[in-house]
Design a protein around this ligand. Structure first.
Ligand code: 5GP
Length: 345
């Protein structure tokens, strides 16, 4: 048995220290980034925030709305090929270039993924994720997808340590998805005792990925715009959001009336709700590792995404970063034992 003594940190353990800045207004801050991906060679520019591949977050409607803000959507994997066909034929290149196609790792998933990618040259991003990205099966699948789709931008995960980031990049991933256990509707840490504080995971995995010319997505655990800024400050190239984008008109969750209030169902992709819906229930050998919650209906996602981007722009002005790219370099975290003042709840 081994105990690592290094302290690992989550978003709530730090704040970002302000620095002298010549920026006069947050309107001067550019949140767009441009990346050229290691294996695919493709170049992409946009705001590197991604709606999480969950069926009560990343719907086609979400993709259409977020594309207007240059933001990505990892459209969930439960749409049929026919539904994809209708979506792709009705959308412009501007929307499709902000879409990731999500895939599981079975043979059927592989066939479906290839059919969807064949629908448009603008569909370039693939999001392959399984709960435990340490499985050899994932590495083999990434290799297979890379071979079949050399031009595609492949993101794969989820992992939380540099060794596995390197293995996935070497196997053909351009981007590695980082996060085990921090998600808002995730119960992995209580069900299994496994996890890694998300800010440290981002810092360590970004270092490993950047050393090989790859990128990472900080996935899960952001509960406010400040957390998104901390994820970018820690070195995340992309930040993926589930809960923060759930509960909206575009999220695709079931709307329920409760005590005269409109509520929206939001659940983890390994929750009982998701498995009942997509896999005919929870298999006997496994436990659900996700929660189901009801959120107050939040209207259009436009307001929320503007609020998140406004917050991150403001972070940039506090540390003197004229563009998001500079934020990591200009970030100094301070360890804290307090966050916001909760005197009024
Ligand atoms: P959030 O932004 O809501 O904090 O986190 C979103 C992330 O939580 C997703 O992108 C995914 O990685 C993770 N996630 C989604 N559903 C589940 C689940 O049922 N169980 C676990 N362990 N993680 C989940």
């Amino acid at each position: 048995m081994r105990i690592e003594q290094d302290l690992k940190l989550g978003f709530k353990d730090v704040l970002i220290r302000p620095k002298r800045s010549t920026l006069k207004s947050r309107s001067q801050v550019d949140l767009n980034r441009q990346f050229t991906f290691k294996h695919s060679g493709k170049t992409w520019s946009g705001v590197p925030i991604i709606a999480a591949n969950m069926d009560s977050v990343a719907s086609f409607k979400m993709a259409i709305s977020l594309a207007k803000h240059n933001v990505m959507t990892a459209v969930h994997k439960h749409y049929s090929v026919e539904q994809w066909g209708e979506f792709v034929s009705s959308q412009t290149a501007d929307v499709l270039k902000h879409v990731m196609v999500s895939s599981g790792t079975s043979d059927a998933d592989f066939i479906k993924l290839s059919e969807i990618l064949a629908m448009s040259e603008e569909l370039n991003f693939i999001c392959i994720d399984i709960a435990n990205g340490y499985s050899e099966h994932l590495v083999d699948y990434v290799r297979k997808v890379r071979q079949a789709h050399p031009q595609a931008v492949i993101s794969a995960g989820n992992v939380v340590t540099g060794d596995m980031v390197e293995e996935l990049i070497i196997a053909g991933a351009d981007i590695v998805k980082v996060g085990i256990g921090p998600g808002s509707v995730c119960t992995t840490r209580v069900k299994t005792g496994v996890g890694y504080p998300q800010l440290s995971a981002i810092i360590e995995c970004a270092d490993a990925a950047h050393g090989l010319g790859g990128q990472i997505i900080g996935d899960g655990g952001c509960s406010c715009a400040g957390d998104v800024a901390k994820a970018f400050g820690g070195g995340a190239d992309f930040v993926m959001l589930g809960g923060m984008l759930a509960g909206h008109e575009q999220s695709g969750g079931e709307v329920i009336e409760q005590d005269g209030k409109m509520m929206v169902k939001f659940y983890g992709m390994s929750s009982q709700s998701a498995m009942d819906k997509h896999s005919g229930g929870v298999a006997k050998y496994r436990a659900a590792e996700g929660k189901t919650v009801l959120l107050p209906f939040r209207g259009s996602v436009d307001n929320t995404i503007n609020d998140i981007m406004g917050g991150v722009r403001s972070t940039c002005t506090y540390v003197g970063a004229a563009s998001l790219k500079e934020l990591t370099k200009r970030t100094t975290f301070i360890r804290v034992q307090e966050q916001e003042n909760n005197v009024y709840g």
